[in-house]
Design a protein around this ligand. Structure first.
Ligand SMILES: [Zn+2]
Length: 394
């Protein structure tokens, strides 16, 4: 199957080359073609004998003499890469670059294509070298910068990723506007892990200058404050996060519990969350959902939030209506229902990327599927049941 496809592609390539040769003869008045070259015949011979690699080499030699066959070779290289036959794609593009007479625009195109081959093959150091050259200017500048930032993110080389993104921002194409702030948070997390809280705070200050009202920065700064025995500061920082980013309630709750415990203010958890929930239904539902998943329903205020949530959440409300006359569970039934919801949620994916649909059991700031930042959102029982989201509002 694979071999027959390669044969087809090469024969089509050969046909195109033949057409080009005839066409050039007709329009240029040059001497008529002398017939197929020995390399072309050799390539056909290899194909007949099912030796596609040798056939590729022979065909590349056959077309090397004619600038007009360049596009055909690009098409062939791209087809090989798409098919996962990266070694062959690399050979096609290297062959193009090796031509001394290749026009500069084609040379640039071939360099970028070869960089894509290296990326696909996981040869990041070779790809990086080519992409750094291409990022200096020219047609592939922006594409090369984006690819470089992907490489540095993959290698967790955040300083280099920052430099590349600053370059992209100067050109005016910040596809991921929060990326630099996230890179500084990654550096802050590493500094915190090594016990360097001063450096962690310095990176978090930079993250805040890059991105105002940046939830991840506030969460991390709260972590540092708890480490440094400043739990009151942590509580103040954490209280702001659900109002800016309700979907992060699940990240806030365990930290808030820890910070309040460190201040000896455990009893304030319920009132604080109830006050936040007063900001709007989306905040209230996000906090209730997070509290149910965390099993944090001891406070009467949280149980009240959970009651409102199970009454509004379409998939849960339907079940409650079916099982209970009037649809209003008492405290004991509500606690059992929340425990069942928690068990169900812990068995399934709890987050989904709003961009690519990737789902995960744990939270990621960067989607492992499409590499976008800040796109993972918690899945509600209705999401899991495949229902449309409930109408939002206060
Ligand atoms: Zn994604």
């Amino acid at each position: 199957m694979r071999t027959s496809w390669v044969e087809a592609a090469l024969i089509i390539g050969g046909a195109v080359i033949g057409w080009y040769a005839t066409h050039r003869w007709r329009v240029s008045g040059a001497p008529p073609p002398r017939g197929p070259s020995s390399d072309y015949l050799e390539g056909l011979n290899y194909l007949v004998n099912e030796q596609p690699d040798r056939a590729v080499e022979a065909f590349l030699r056959a077309v090397a003499v004619d600038q007009d066959t360049v596009e055909t070779q690009f098409a062939l290289g791209a087809l090989f890469r798409r098919r996962g036959e990266v070694d062959r794609a690399i050979r096609v593009h290297q062959n193009l670059i090796a031509r001394v007479t290749l026009e500069p625009a084609f040379r640039e195109q071939a360099s970028y294509a070869l960089a894509q081959d290296y990326l696909k093959a996981g040869l990041y150091d070779r790809a990086e070298k080519l992409l750094l050259e291409l990022s200096a200017g020219g047609t592939y500048r922006i594409a090369a910068l984006k690819d470089l930032s992907s490489i540095y993110e993959l290698e967790r080389d955040w300083e280099k990723a920052i430099a590349i993104h600053r370059n992209l921002a100067r050109i005016g194409r910040p596809e991921q506007p929060t990326a630099i702030a996230h890179y500084h948070c990654e550096l802050a997390e590493a500094a915190r892990a090594s016990g360097d809280h001063a450096l962690a705070r310095s990176h978090l200050r930079t993250a805040r200058t890059e991105q105002k009202r940046f939830a991840r920065g506030a969460l991390l700064r709260a972590d540092v404050a708890i480490d440094m025995n400043e739990p009151e500061l942590a509580v103040r920082l954490l209280r702001r996060v659900p109002l800016q980013s309700p979907q992060l309630a699940g990240e806030v709750l365990p930290r808030l519990v820890r910070a309040l415990r460190a201040c000896g203010r455990e009893a304030d958890l319920g009132p604080i969350l109830a006050e936040l929930a007063g900001d709007g239904r989306d905040v209230a539902d996000a906090i209730a959902h997070a509290a149910i998943l965390a099993g944090e329903l001891g406070e009467p205020a949280l149980l009240a939030l959970a009651r409102g949530y199970v009454g509004r959440e379409p998939a849960v409300a339907e079940t409650v209506q079916a099982l209970l006359p009037g649809g209003v569970p008492d405290d004991a039934a509500l606690a059992r229902l929340c425990a069942a919801l928690r068990r169900q949620a812990l068995r399934a994916a709890r987050f989904r990327c709003a961009d690519c649909g990737f789902s995960a059991a744990t939270f990621f700031w960067q989607c492992p599927g499409c590499k976008s930042w800040d796109t993972l959102k918690p899945l509600t029982p209705s999401d899991l049941a495949g229902r449309p989201p409930a109408a939002q509002g206060r």
